[in-house]
Design a protein around this ligand. Structure first.
Ligand SMILES: N[C@@H](CCC(=O)N[C@@H](CS)C(=O)NCC(=O)O)C(=O)O
Length: 242
C-alpha cells in the first residue's frame, strides 16, 4: 500500500503543512488507499515533505507525484473538466502554492507571538527522548531555515502589512471564483479542491492569528466551503470539531 510520509497531525486540521494537507486530501478525493508514515529529513528525496513510497523508490513533491498516481491507479478527478477549466484550476493552484503559501509561512514564523505557537506544535512532533536543549536548537533552526527561504523567495522582504495585502488579494480571488459553488469547479471535487482546502484549513482552522485568518473568516463562502470539504473528506476531524 502507498505510504505517505509527512508531519504528524496537529491543530485538528489535516496537516499544518499545506503540501502535506493537499496530497492527503487529494488521495481521499481520488479514493486511493494509503497509510501514513513519519517524515524523516534524512530520507526525504528532495529534502522536503511530503514524500511517498508506492511501487518504487521514495518519491517527493506533492505536485509532481499526482500525474504518476493518476496513471498508476487509473483515476483522474479532473477528467470531466474542459481545457479552460483546467487552465483556471492550474493558475489558482500555482497562486496558492507559489504566493499564498509564503504569506502563511510569513505570519507563522515572523511574529514572535505566532512563532511561540509554532514552537509548541513542533515540540509536539519531536520524540520525548530528545533533550530540551536539542529541542530548542532544532526548532530555532527550523525558524532560521524558513526565514532564509522567505528572504530568497522574496515574500520575506515585504512588511507584514504588505504580505497581508498580497495574501488577502489571493483569498479574494478564491472567494470570488468559488462564489456559491459546492466545489471549486462546480458539483464535483477536483485536484484544485485539494489545494484550496489545504490552504483554507491552514488559515481558517489553524490557531495562528493573522489578517489572512480574519479576512478568510469574514467570507462566509470560504468558511462554508472549508466545513463542507472537512465533512466530506475528513469526517474524523469534523466529528472532533463538533
Ligand atoms: N513543492 C513541494 C513543497 C514542499 C514543501 O515546501 N514542504 C515544506 C513543508 S510545508 C518543507 O518540507 N519544508 C522543509 C524545508 O524547506 O526545509 C511539494 O509540493 O511537495
Amino acid at each position: 500500500m502507498l505510504t505517505l510520509f509527512q508531519l504528524p497531525r496537529a491543530w485538528g486540521i489535516p496537516n499544518l503543512s499545506p503540501p502535506c494537507a493537499k496530497l492527503e486530501t487529494w488521495l481521499r478525493i481520488a479514493k486511493i488507499p494509503y497509510e501514513v508514515g513519519l517524515f524523516d529529513t534524512e530520507h526525504a528525496p528532495k529534502g522536503k515533505f511530503p514524500y511517498i513510497q508506492d511501487d518504487g523508490p521514495l518519491a517527493g513533491d506533492a505536485t509532481l507525484l499526482l500525474d504518476g498516481l493518476q496513471a498508476r491507479y487509473g483515476v483522474d478527478p479532473d477528467a470531466q473538466l474542459a481545457p479552460a477549466e483546467r487552465a483556471v484550476g492550474l493558475a489558482f493552484r500555482r497562486m496558492l502554492k507559489e504566493d499564498f503559501y509564503w504569506a502563511i509561512v510569513s505570519f507563522r514564523w515572523r511574529p514572535e507571538a505566532n512563532f511561540a505557537l509554532m514552537r509548541a506544535a513542533f515540540d509536539g512532533f519531536l520524540p520525548p527522548v530528545v533533550p530540551a536543549a536539542m529541542r530548542a536548537q532544532i526548532i530555532d533552526g527550523a525558524r532560521a531555515n524558513l526565514l532564509a527561504q522567505l528572504q530568497h523567495q522574496g515574500m520575506g522582504r515585504h512588511t507584514l502589512d504588505e504580505v497581508a495585502r498580497l495574501g488577502i488579494a489571493d483569498l479574494t480571488a478564491v472567494a470570488d471564483y468559488l462564489s456559491d459553488k459546492q466545489y471549486f469547479h462546480g458539483a464535483q471535487p477536483t485536484t484544485t479542491d485539494a489545494t484550496v482546502y489545504a490552504a483554507l484549513s491552514n488559515v481558517i482552522d489553524a490557531p495562528v492569528p493573522s489578517p489572512l485568518r480574519d479576512f478568510a473568516l469574514s467570507r462566509a463562502n470560504l468558511v462554508a466551503y472549508t466545513r463542507r470539504m472537512e465533512a466530506q473528506f475528513w469526517p474524523e476531524l469534523a466529528a472532533a470539531r463538533s
